[in-house]
Ligand binder design. Sequence first.
Ligand code: PLP
Length: 396
Amino acid sequence: MSNAKDIFKKHQAQTFPFPSCLEIASAKGSYIYDVNGKSYLDFVAGVSACTLGHSNPIITNAVKEQLDKYTHVMVYGEYIQSPQYKLAKLLADNLPENLSTTYFVNSGAEAIEGAMKLAKRATGRSEIISCKDSYHGSTQGALSIMGNEEHKAKYRPLLPNCNTIDYNDENSLKNITKQTAAVVIEIVQGGTGFQTPKNNFLQKVREKCNETGTLLIFDEIQTCYGRLGTLFGFEKYNVTPDVLCIAKGMGAGMPIGAFISSWKLMNLLTFEPKLGHITTFGGHPINCTASLATLQHLLATNLIQDVDKKETLFRKHLAHPKVKEIRGKGLMLAIEFEDKLLAKKVVEQSLENGLILFYFLFNKTAIRITPPLTISDKEIKKGCKIIKEILKKYKY
Ligand SMILES: Cc1ncc(COP(=O)(O)O)c(C=O)c1O
C-alpha cells in the first residue's frame, strides 16, 4: 500500500510539479495541523477564502443544523430555499440599489462566466475588456479574459473579441468603446502582487463605461467579504459597478460564488431563451448557510472595522531593510523583495518554521499575506517575527 503522498502524486491530478504536500490532520482558528501534530500559523487562509478562520463554530454549527434539514433538493432557481433567499436579501440590504438581485453559482470562475454572458445579453455587444496581468478564473470564458498570454496560448482558440487595458493606466481607457460589452476589473489586482488603484483609476473606468454604454463588472472574488476593511472593496473606492462578482471569502471555507446586478438586467437571463444560465448545485443550501452565517457575523461584530488596525500592525512588524515594499490594502498584503530567490526562501523556510505563506501567479519577487479576518494581534506579531528571523539568516 502506498503512502498518502504517493497516492496524492499518482492518483490526484496535479496542478504543478512541486506542491508543498503538507498532509493535513485538522485546522482550528488561525492554525492548521499536519498529520505529525505540527502546527502552522495560517497567513494565507486558503488564498483569501477562510474569512472567519478554520472550523469556526459560527459556520460549523449553522452548517450542521442545515445538514439535518436538507441538502440538495433541486437545480438552482426552481424551489424557494431559505438559505438562498435569506442570503440574497441580506446581500441586497447591504448593497446599493442597482445591485439588488443575486444569482448564486459554485465558484469565482462561474460568477465571471455568468457576468460575461449577462453583459453580452444586456448590450448586444461581444467585446470584453480586462486588464493586463489580471486573473478571473480558469474556465474557458474566464481564461479568455486572463491578462497573460503564457497561460492562454496552449488553450487557444478561446473567446474572440477579448482585449486588454493596462491596470492604472488611464491612457489605455481609450480602448473602451461603444463596441465594448463590459470591462471586468479586480479592485485590487491579485496576480501581480496586490496592486491597488491609483489616481482615481476606478472612477475613470466608471466614467468611460458610462460614456460608452459599457457594463462595469467588478471582480471582488478575492476582496469579499471585508478583506479591504469594508464589506465590499468598491465601497473603499466609492465606485459602484453594474455587476458584482463574489466568491472565495463569501463562503468562509465553503464553495460558493455569485454575480449580482439589478433585477432588470438579471431578468434578461430568464427569457428568449429562458435558462440563460443553468447550474445544478449553484447556491447549494449548505454553502448559502455558511455564507449567510459569515455575513451575519461580520455585520454583528467589529471584524471588518478592525481590518485597518491589523494592516497597520502588519506594516509595522514587517518593516525590514530587505523588504522593498509592503503593498496592498487591509488584510490583502504583499511583501515585495528585491530578489525572487529570497521570496521563495521565505515561503519555504516559513513552512519549516510553522508559518504558512504563499506566492502570486505573476509576481515572483513578492509573497502574499491574506490571513483570516479573525487573526489576533498576538498571532500577527508571532508570524511577522518568524519572517524577520528568516530574513536575518539569509543573505540575498
Ligand atoms: C480575482 C479572482 N477572480 C477569480 C478567481 C477564480 O475563482 P475560483 O477559483 O473560485 O474559480 C480568483 C481565484 O483565485 C481570483 O482571485
